[in-house]
Design a protein around this ligand. Structure first.
Ligand code: C2O
Ligand code: CU
Ligand code: CU
Length: 494
């Protein structure tokens, strides 16, 4: 199968480009980047500050975010023009507890419209920050909702129609950590033994500027730090891995072959920890891992070849590459850490017998079910308080990463097989394997709104921007879907 694909791609290239180009294209598709052992890890890892918040008269936890332009030293030898929230690049870490009501004032200090989407958050559609909640330059948008889901590593990023790759690659991304009583059983001292690891890859032009067309790059940054190291002073460190890259899929592991403990995925902690050697994350996915440290050591968090599909498509998603990401350093004294508990957070399994419908989604050629995104079209109408099965298949030889807003889902099967450990917990984004259907189940528990849709889409950002996205509304039983606003401009107060 793989060979056939490769030959057909080569044939296609031969038809359009001639034989020499074929040889070059195949060689180019096979050669991966390899930076193992070559990164000098000269910079201490930057840790995004925790966002300040206050409690208002109504008991809501209030945050302020302002998207703005800035300049940052990202390593290419001259300052890079970047975008950030409340700073030059990336954004502060928002943190809230389950049960709290939050309000975020999102101010747009950019010269163009943007939006801020709370990736992984269960919340009303008009608070979701997708393309229908655009914030105009100079305006402020203030969504509010109650955090009603387990502790998790979520994130936030813009979602303006057709412009997401550019906004995220310039630096508009941050983490949103949710806490509950279970997450406190793991290392949880922010910046000490609980570390955000926001991974993005960039390619710089000759002038040191980010190429923001949504492709993979050859420089990996963690929290906006090039060649980063982290001094770990505890026996165990919890890394909150976020793939905030536009197109690259990573397969994270440790350079000395030691295993790590997977404790959480997109939407929360696993029922039990799982020791493993590699964790693959496609764009948008997260994993929480705990790494046991040894004294006086240097070990590198590395991305190994993720082998996604076939050699040609691997080239576009980095599937052949080996990349050094972050060095963890210890000295002789390590403070004691509690062991990882044997049970973490119970997950009630959703029962396929409760599903009211099974929907099919086929991804191919920047379309889903043969259609490109249309902001005025509702693609699926879901009834509130029901459970649905979604069957997702991709039919082209390109890696795609399927993401659903509003809900966390459970993976029922991948290619007919039960999901591996890393897909056994709450998920909102899943990498699609070639020729295999991924079946997921979700409960759309609340927040009906016939007029304002949620999105589902490929999280490879340029696929999303090119139209690989659809819209669903959640309605009350018997209610008809309304008409979404097609221009996307939120009536914001400035
Ligand atoms: Cu992370 Cu619809 O996005
Ligand atoms: Cu999302
Ligand atoms: Cu895609």
């Amino acid at each position: 199968m793989k060979r056939v694909l490769l030959v057909s791609v080569a044939t296609a290239l031969a038809l359009c480009c001639g034989g020499g180009a074929v040889a070059a294209a195949v060689a180019w598709s096979r050669a991966g980047l390899d930076t193992a052992g070559q990164v000098d890890f000269r910079n201490p890892l930057k840790v995004p500050p925790l966002a300040q918040s206050r409690i208002d008269g109504q008991g809501r936890r209030v945050f302020d975010l302002r998207a703005q332009q800035g300049r940052t030293d990202l390593g290419p030898g001259q300052p890079t023009r970047t975008w950030g929230f409340n700073g030059d690049h990336l954004g502060p870490t928002l943190r809230a507890k389950r049960g709290e009501q939050v309000l975020v004032n999102v101010a747009n200090g950019l010269p163009e419209p943007t939006s801020v989407h709370w990736h992984g958050m269960h919340l009303p559609a008009r608070m979701d920050g997708g393309p229908h909640q655009e914030v105009r330059p100079g305006a402020t948008w203030s969504p509010t909702w109650t955090v009603d889901q387990p502790a998790a590593t979520l994130w936030y990023h813009p979602h303006p129609h057709g412009q997401t790759a550019r906004h995220v690659q310039r630096g508009l991304a941050g983490m949103f950590i949710l806490d509950d009583e279970n997450s406190a059983k793991l290392p949880h001292e922010y910046g000490i033994d609980d570390i955000p690891v926001i991974v993005q890859d960039h390619e710089f032009d000759g002038g040191g500027q980010i190429k923001d067309s949504g492709d993979t790059g050859d420089t990996v940054l963690v929290n906006g730090t090039v060649a980063p190291y982290l001094d770990v002073r505890t026996e165990r460190v919890r890394l909150r891995l976020l793939n905030a890259s536009a197109a690259r899929t990573y397969s994270f592991g440790l350079s000395d072959g030691r295993s790590f403990t997977l404790v959480g995925t997109d939407g929360g902690l696993l029922p039990a920890p799982h020791d493993m050697g590699r964790i693959r994350l496609s764009p948008g996915e997260r994993a929480e891992i705990v790494v046991a440290m040894k004294p006086d050591k240097r070990v590198t968090l590395r991305s190994f070849p993720a082998s996604l599909d076939n050699p040609v498509s691997d080239r576009f998603a980095g599937g052949r590459d080996t990349l050094d990401v972050l060095q963890l350093r210890t000295e002789s004294d390590l403070a004691r850490s509690a062991e990882v508990p044997a049970t973490l957070a119970p997950i009630e399994r959703l029962d396929p017998a409760d599903a009211v419908t099974t929907r099919e989604f086929t991804l191919s050629g920047r379309q889903i079910n043969g259609r490109k995104m249309d902001m005025g079209r509702i693609d699926a109408v879901v009834t509130k308080d029901t459970t649905e099965i979604w069957e997702i298949t991709k039919e082209d030889g390109t890696p795609h990463s399927f993401h659903v807003h509003d809900v966390q889902f459970q993976v029922l099967s991948v290619g007919g097989e039960p999901p591996p450990a890393e897909l056994s917990g709450w998920k909102d984004t899943v990498l699609l394997a070639p020729d295999q259907t991924v079946r997921v189940i979700a409960r759309f528990a609340d927040y009906a709104d016939p007029d304002v849709p949620y999105m589902y889409h490929c999280h490879v950002l340029k696929h999303e921007d090119a139209g690989m996205m659809g819209q669903f509304v959640v309605v009350e039983p018997g209610q008809k879907p309304g008409r979404p606003d097609t221009h996307g401009h939120h009536k914001s107060h400035g």
